[in-house]
Design a protein around this ligand. Structure first.
Ligand code: NAD
Length: 254
């Protein structure tokens, strides 16, 4: 965990799915950079607890990103509390890539994955756009290297992330020049709680197969998300940034 000793920068970020994992890592990183961060998640108990632990720079709202009413309400709460919004990070997802076999795939499951992973970011962008536009804001969508390659039995997740990649460039064109929109596609990130990581460490094989020599961390992702939200990235929009330790550049023929 990064040290939290920020001077406020006056900017407000909304990070979805921030009660744990990569979303929490992004929220912590932004708090550290002086952002006022609103953590949004389905998990109210954990989300409130981690926001409290992050200190005054963090605030929690309960939200199911697939529910337009809850998105509208959550965004209104952010504006009511802070009066502005500068950044949106769409990270919340049904993040387990594996469904059951295609023949057994339940339509309700497929629809839920698409609703959370793809419709959610669209709803967030739709309801945040007026406020982001006012301050030259930015959006980052968390996609996946699985948008471009697959293991068996991952249809719903892969389709949702491929859709999100397309949504990213569509939004960049619709919302520019005021709002920049980019995608970060992680590969294997060990987003488990520190206690689980200690109890069940990854193997040497897990790490060594990566050209970078290790599995990724939530900080690897948080660093590039923070940079994409910064004014240093002002000429970058509609792009995908792969954070996978080089795995998608490696030939895997047996
Ligand atoms: N961990 C990885 O290796 C990896 C790799 C590629 C992409 N990603 C992507 O990164 C993002 C974060 O992944 P993670 O591993 O930290 O996931 P995670 O499962 O650890 O955390 C996801 C968070 O999203 C929340 N969430 C789920 N559905 C929600 C909804 N409908 N509304 C609001 N909140 C909801 C959960 O409560 C949880 O706090 C996801 O978009 C995932 O697809 C992760």
């Amino acid at each position: 965990m990064i040290e939290l000793s920020a001077t406020a920068n006056g900017r407000v970020a909304l990070v979805t799915g921030a009660a744990r994992g990569i979303g929490l890592g992004i929220a912590a990183w932004l708090v550290c950079e002086g952002w006022q961060v609103v953590l949004a998640d389905l998990d109210r108990e954990r989300g409130s607890r981690v926001a409290k632990a992050l200190g005054e720079g963090a605030w929690f709202v309960t939200m199911d990103v697939a529910d337009e009413e809850q998105v509208t309400l959550g965004v209104a709460q952010v504006l009511g509390q802070f009066g502005r919004l500068d950044a949106l990070v769409c990270n919340a997802a049904v993040a387990d890539p594996h469904n059951i076999t295609l023949e057994a795939l339940d339509l309700a499951y497929w629809n839920r994955v698409l609703a959370v992973n793809l419709s959610g970011p669209m709803l967030l962008a739709k309801h945040c756009a007026p406020y982001l536009r006012a301050h030259g804001g930015a959006i980052v969508n968390l996609t996946s290297t699985r948008a471009g390659q697959s293991e068996p039995d991952t249809e719903a997740y892969a389709a949702s992330k491929g859709g999100l990649l397309a949504l990213t460039h569509a939004l960049a064109i619709s919302l520019g020049p005021e709002i920049r929109v980019n995608a970060v596609s992680p590969g294997w990130i060990d987003a488990r709680d520190p206690s689980v990581r200690r109890a069940e460490p990854l193997s040497d094989v897990d790490h060594a197969q990566h050209p970078a020599g290790r599995v990724g961390t939530v900080e690897d992702v948080a660093a590039i998300v923070a940079w994409l939200l910064s004014r240093d990235a002002g000429f970058i929009t509609g792009q995908e940034f792969v954070v996978d330790g080089g795995m998608t550049k490696k030939m895997v023929y047996a």
